[in-house]
Design a protein around this ligand. Sequence first.
Ligand SMILES: Nc1ncnc2c1ncn2[C@@H]1O[C@H](COP(=O)(O)OP(=O)(O)OP(=O)(O)O)[C@@H](O)[C@H]1O
Length: 222
Amino acid sequence: MIAFEHVGKRYGGRFEALADVNFRLSRGEMVFLTGHSGAGKSSVLKLLTCLERPSRGRIVVAGHDLGQLGSVRIPFYRRQIGVVFQNHQLLFDRTVFDNVALPLLIQGMPASDVARRVRAALDKVGLLHRERALPIELSGGEQQRIGIARAVVHKPALLLADEPTGNLDPQLSADIMRLFEDFNRIGTTVLIASHDLALIARLRHRVLRLKDGRLIADENGS
Ligand SMILES: Nc1ncnc2c1ncn2[C@@H]1O[C@H](COP(=O)(O)OP(=O)(O)OP(=O)(O)O)[C@@H](O)[C@H]1O
């Protein structure tokens, strides 16, 4: 599903955020990406979403060579990906329903299909009863679940998350991780950047460890 081959990333032509990174993820895997602040976790995710291009090497995702992908193709490529952010980036003047509907409306999906998909996604994260609420009326954990519903509403093959439990207490973090595992169980490939080592150790998935832009370990979960 994902291949990083000798990938390097320099910002501004100088600072080397990633150097000679190599790894492969198979379809249906669930993997953590970890490392200290500045190790390059977000850079890996930005390369996977085509927000940045590699300075060296090759990245192939679901058959697309991202270094060669023309800008016109990028929106179509991104339809296969869902992204969950730490601060979930919800629109606070729109209802929960409207927030989750947004990616489908951008794709031009008919309204009746949008409603069905949005309600299915909200049901999966256990928040169907809050569809008319504004994000401000929800707790931090509920807001993050809405962010996840929005990331999966278009049924992406690949789900990426950048510190999705960063602001949550251990119990809520565990609940959020269980949701990712649910989506993984139905076939979604999941890559989660996190520095929550205790949580990662408990969950026993494969772990890719970055240090100063280099991949220093690739550990199989047990
Ligand atoms: N757009 C950019 N321009 C210049 N330098 C950048 C840019 N984005 C990231 N960097 C630098 O690249 C390095 C890796 O950053 P990155 O955000 O990938 O790390 P990270 O592991 O995700 O860190 P954190 O956990 O703090 O988010 C850092 O030193 C950062 O300052």
